[in-house]
Design a protein around this ligand. Structure first.
Ligand SMILES: Nc1ncnc2c1ncn2[C@@H]1O[C@H](COP(=O)(O)OP(=O)(O)O)[C@@H](O)[C@H]1O
Ligand SMILES: [Mg+2]
Length: 1079
């Protein structure tokens, strides 16, 4: 069970000043002191939080505290800044209202700390997740970076923000942070060159020198010793409780987390180093002839190092410190700078460089933290702007800062005091007016466009002629003299003439927070904020890319002769923008109060607190709160919100909203004095009434939720049930069908069995009957047949013998044929085609069939035989066949050649190296190569010759050398003559008149005559374009030798002649060849 707590529990003093009794300034301060002494640094005025700076760490910012305040009502727990942050965050998330958190108070009152607490609280309670955490981390880590560069130790605050900061944190509809945008306002850049006593320059300078590694410092050409740098004041270089070295590492890490690249960090540090170097550049006068002083750089070492660091040409920068070029229209005039002007230029450069670097950092951080999604954002703005400042010496900066604070006070008044009172009047609520001081008049003194101080300062800066701070003061003295809040010794207002607290070079403004004396010295310069063009151009020429980026106006291509807007003008414009922005958001106030001037814990300086309470208008704030109503809301929205509390208004109210609210409040029995009816809104006096309503609403919502749950559950169960029921019916139907089917099939098969039995029985019965009848019929038929048979046989006996003869004949013939064919199978002759045997026919009448079978068998056998032949074998046989056609029964030599195979190439001239030459002389394939004898006509003796036959010609060559003796184309050969006997002589007769015939015919003898002639004949026959070669076979023929014809005659010789034929010359016209008679 949750324990209900309240603001009123364990209250020290009163937690909410609205409850203070009696209400006066003393009791107010007393209450603050009492709470402060008990470590209660927060107190409410309604929804405004007053925060006292404890100057020590208190255990009230732990994660447990965050959890405690999370999602709790504002007045439920004791006052805390977390309660305000939670309220703002929840109304942003749940009611879609953009929020802004305005933190005001003077310097050192704890504004920056408060803004960090708010941000860390929001970061802790909003959504989680990898992406969201990264965004949160970047948003939080932007703080250390900006503080290092924008904060400094002042007499009032060791970590004083020297710039104004407004940060918009953007959320999506779930309340998860998406990113943020930071705006910065006017960095106090004069601090870069000069710091008041007891104050320091910006933290980063000290952090860099103490925290950077030796390596980094050498790279930046820096020395760890602070005293080496003119721009660093020494009297408070180290601050108690600040560890610069550790802070440097924190800043370094933060820059990485925010998303700075390694080289970007390096560039930034280089520029910081450049500022330090710049401060060390000093000038000395050098007189010129015409009497003008001209400045020269005293020691060029620092200048050189700085130029090296930034990649600037030394001579360019040196010149920029000695001369100033003024461009007017088309003219350029160069004037020399004296020492004072050179120092002025140097400082202006340093200040500009640093402040631009700072603005660049803000832009760069914004780039990293900007929201990615383009959807509509909800925005929570946190404003932490420099507090009201009163120093011993107040200058332009304080003037600007205090102006900004005036504007914030104005917006506070606008939104809380005036707006509230005006609303009561507008709504027609009875109301007694509360007096409060409206500082609009002071704002007007400063910002009025015609005669405001800023307008006059601008006017003075732009006026031609000599302009000094004094002429500006004179102008103020004449124009503002009558203003109630302006005081000056020399003004026309004589009442200050004798005021010795007012020096002559000063003016005083009565701010809402007190009187501030401003020294006019430097106002004009600071407002002008001039940087000589030569310097910006020199910076633009740097090779250092960030440096170049910071001085875009130095680009010679973009010379702009117009004066840049003044600092005052710019500030006024940006503050105006900020105010307009804040007015669109729902404000949440944190008013910071400083308990003492010593930055010490436990000290409560009453006068100081009292002063702040007065000028912050806190008393008026309480009074307005007390007199008024804590809560208001339009009738429509409040009816919508609470309609469930009353039966008449739930769920819908049909009448006017106001009547509905009346009915509702009466029904809820809220006492009449607790609320008032306005024209469009209901006003609730006490927050507790509101809480009661809220509480009842919550309970009611729980009931409603239960109701919705109940109905939903009922509906779900019913649907489920109906579904189940439907399914059950389907299942049952299918099951029944199945069961019936089964049953039916069983009955059916039983019926079939029975039927088949019965049918079988019946059929068997019929069968038996039929069989019996059939047997009876058969018996009758058999008897009839026998009887008929006897009758017929008796009648036809006389015809029987005549038929038997033919039948016996046929039968006998069939048997004989059968025996013949089966017998043939065993007596078949062999498969040789030349086998002439054939079995004898057994019977004369089979003659025809027998010889036909023999013929068929022979053909079949030949075909088989032929099938075994290869191509070559076939060619050989064809040759043999041709030889037989030519010579069979014509020449006695033939029979002996039949058994010799035709070999063709007897010499193997291809393989024989001796005949290589011959082989190459013969073009075609050699069909026959043999040794023949050429018969000499003179003596009939033979001389060996090589005889080669190819497709186209025959060749005669020397046997030993292989030299070609004669080559005769075959077409020139007309005929060949041979004898009828068993000799090897032959004559080759050539065509008369052909080239080959010149030497006459050839008479040759060969051992392979038959083969040679056959091949010759065959070769002649295969060529289609030639005539056939004639073969003459006779024992006497003529041979043409040169001119003569000689007769060759063959005679049968006796065995005495030996085995071979011999040729003899008988006479000039006869050669006789005697051939041995064959055995
Ligand atoms: N809530 C706090 N708890 C502890 N110390 C605080 C708190 N608020 C402020 N301080 C102390 O006061 C100093 C000044 O606060 P700061 O927020 O910088 O003031 P401002 O921004 O108003 O000038 C801080 O450095 C810190 O030491
Ligand atoms: Mg601050």
């Amino acid at each position: 069970m949750e324990v209900k707590t309240s603001l009123l529990d364990n209250m020290i003093g009163v937690g909410d000043m609205v409850l203070l009794e009696p209400l006066n300034e003393n009791s107010f301060i007393e209450n603050l002191r009492k709470r402060f002494d008990h470590n209660e640094i927060y107190t409410y005025i309604g929804s405004v939080v007053i925060s006292m700076n404890p100057y020590r760490s208190l255990p009230i910012f732990t994660p447990e505290k965050v959890e405690e305040y999370r999602n709790r009502n504002f007045y439920e727990l004791s006052p805390h800044i977390y309660a305000l942050a939670d309220e703002a965050y929840r109304s942003l998330r749940d009611q879609d209202k953009d929020q802004c958190i305005l933190i005001t108070g003077e310097s050192g009152a704890g504004k920056t700390e408060a803004s960090k607490l708010v941000m860390s609280y929001v970061a802790a309670v909003c959504g989680k997740g990898q992406e969201v955490n990264k965004v949160k981390e970047q948003l939080l880590q932007s703080n250390p970076v900006l503080e290092a560069f924008g904060n400094a130790k002042t007499v009032r605050n060791d970590n004083s923000s020297r710039f104004g900061k407004y940060m918009d944190i953007e959320f999506d509809f779930k309340g998860d942070p998406l990113g943020g945008v930071i705006s910065n306002y006017l960095l106090e850049k004069s601090r870069v060159c000069k710091q008041p006593r007891g104050e320091r320059n910006f933290h980063i300078f000290y952090q860099l020198l103490s925290g950077a590694s030796n390596d980094t410092l050498t790279k930046l050409k820096l020395d760890r010793d602070f005293s080496k740098y003119n721009y660093l004041s020494l009297d408070s270089a180290t601050v108690n409780g600040l560890d610069d070295a550790a802070s440097f590492r924190t800043v370094w890490n933060a820059m990485q987390i925010v998303g700075f690249m390694e080289d970007e960090v390096q560039s930034v540090l280089e520029l910081v180093a450049a500022v330090l170097k710049l401060g060390n550049i000093e000038f000395k006068p050098e007189s010129r002839v015409n009497g003008f002083d001209e400045s020269r750089v005293k020691d060029k070492n620092d200048l050189k190092e700085m130029c090296e660091l930034l990649g600037i040409e030394q001579s360019v920068l040196e010149r920029a410190f000695s001369y100033r070029t003024v461009e007017a229209k088309m003219e350029k005039v160069s004037t020399t700078l004296n020492v004072a002007q050179a120092y002025y230029a140097r400082d202006a450069l340093a200040k500009n460089l640093y402040s631009r670097l700072f603005s660049w950092l803000v832009t760069r951080i914004n780039e990293s933290i900007k929201a990615q999604a383009k959807t509509r954002h909800k925005v929570m703005g946190v404003l932490d702007i420099y507090g009201f400042e009163i120093f011993e010496d107040n200058s332009f900066e304080q003037f600007i800062i205090n102006y900004c604070n005036e504007k914030l006070q104005q917006i506070f008044i606008e939104l809380t005091l005036r707006e509230e009172q005006e609303e009561y009047i507008r709504e027609g609520i009875e109301w007694t007016n509360i007096e409060y001081f409206n500082n609009a008049i002071i704002c007007d003194l400063i910002e009025n466009n015609q005669n405001g101080i800023l307008a006059m300062l601008d006017e003075e800066c732009l006026r031609p002629g000599t302009v000094t701070d004094d002429t500006f003061l004179d102008k103020l003295n004449t124009i503002c003299a009558e203003h109630q809040h302006f005081e000056s010794r020399l003004s026309k207002n004589s009442k200050f003439l004798t005021d010795h607290s007012l020096p002559h070079s000063c003016f005083r403004i009565q701010h809402y927070a007190g009187k501030v004396l401003y020294r006019v010295e430097g106002f004009v310069d600071k407002n002008n904020d001039l940087l000589y063009r030569d310097l910006s151009q020199a910076m633009y020429k740097a090779t250092h890319s960030l440096m170049k980026q910071l001085f875009p106006e130095g680009n010679p291509a973009k010379v702009n002769l117009k004066r840049p807007p003044t600092a005052g003008f710019q500030f006024k414009a940006s503050v105006g923008g900020l105010m307009r922005n804040l007015q669109t958001k729902n404000p949440n106030y944190i008013r910071c109060i400083k308990p003492n001037d010593k930055k010490a814990a436990h000290i409560f300086t009453e006068s100081l607190v009292c002063h702040q309470v007065r000028y912050l208008g806190l008393m008026e704030n309480v009074r307005v709160r007390r007199a008024g109503y804590a809560f208001r809301q339009s009738y429509e929205s409040s009816l919508e919100r609470y309609k469930m509390l009353c039966k008449q208004t739930w769920p819908h109210w049909r009448g006017a909203a106001r009547d509905g609210v009346e009915v509702l409040l009466t029904d809820c029995s809220v006492p009449a004095e607790e609320f008032a009816y306005g024209r469009s809104k209901i006003f609730i006096r006490n927050p507790r009434t509101l809480f009661t309503l809220e509480e009842r609403r919550r309970a009611c919502l729980e009931d409603l939720a239960t109701l919705i749950q109940k109905i939903y559950r009922g509906w779900r169960c019913r649907t489920q049930f109906l579904l189940l029921k439907k399914s059950q019916v389907v299942v049952a139907a299918w099951y029944r069908r199945y069961a019936q089917q089964k049953k039916y099939q069983k009955i059916k098969s039983a019926t079939l069995v029975m039927q088949s039995f019965i049918r079988g029985w019946k059929a068997r019965k019929i069968l038996r009957q039929l069989k019996y009848e059939k047997r009876c019929k058969e018996a009758v038929t058999t008897i009839a047949a026998y009887w008929h048979g006897t009758q017929v046989r008796r009648e036809y006996r006389k015809f029987f013998r005549a038929n038997a003869g033919k039948k016996i004949y046929n039968f006998t013939i069939q048997r004989i044929m059968q025996k013949y064919f089966l017998g043939l199978k065993t007596t078949m002759p062999s498969m040789s085609p030349i086998d002439n045997t054939w079995p004898a026919r057994p019977y004369m009448f089979l003659e025809g069939a027998h010889s036909e079978l023999r013929r068929i068998f022979h053909f079949w056998r030949c075909k088989k035989y032929q099938g075994q032949f290869t191509e070559e074998k076939k060619a050989v046989y064809e040759e043999k066949l041709e030889a037989s056609e030519i010579f069979k029964d014509k020449k006695a030599l033939y029979p002996s050649s039949v058994s010799q195979p035709f070999k063709g190439d007897y010499l193997e001239i291809q393989k024989n190296p001796k005949y290589q030459k011959l082989n190459s002389a013969v073009e075609d394939k050699v069909l026959l190569a043999d040794v023949v004898n050429k018969i000499n006509r003179a003596n009939g003796k033979g001389a060996p010759r090589l005889f080669l036959l190819t497709k186209n010609n025959f060749v005669l060559a020397d046997q030993k050398t292989g030299q070609v003796k004669a080559s005769v184309p075959l077409p020139d050969l007309t005929s060949v003559s041979v004898s009828t006997q068993s000799d090897g002589f032959f004559a080759l007769k050539l065509k008369e008149g052909s080239a080959s015939a010149a030497k006459g015919d050839f008479l040759l003898s060969s051992e392979h005559l038959i083969e040679l002639i056959t091949k010759l004949h065959r070769t002649g026959a295969t060529a289609a374009d030639r005539d056939q070669i004639n073969i003459d076979i006779s024992d006497e023929f003529l041979v043409q030798f040169n001119q003569d014809k000689v007769c060759v005659k063959f005679i049968q010789g006796g065995p005495k002649n030996g085995n071979s034929a011999a040729c003899k010359r008988k006479n000039n016209r006869l050669l006789e060849v005697s051939v041995p008679s064959s055995p």
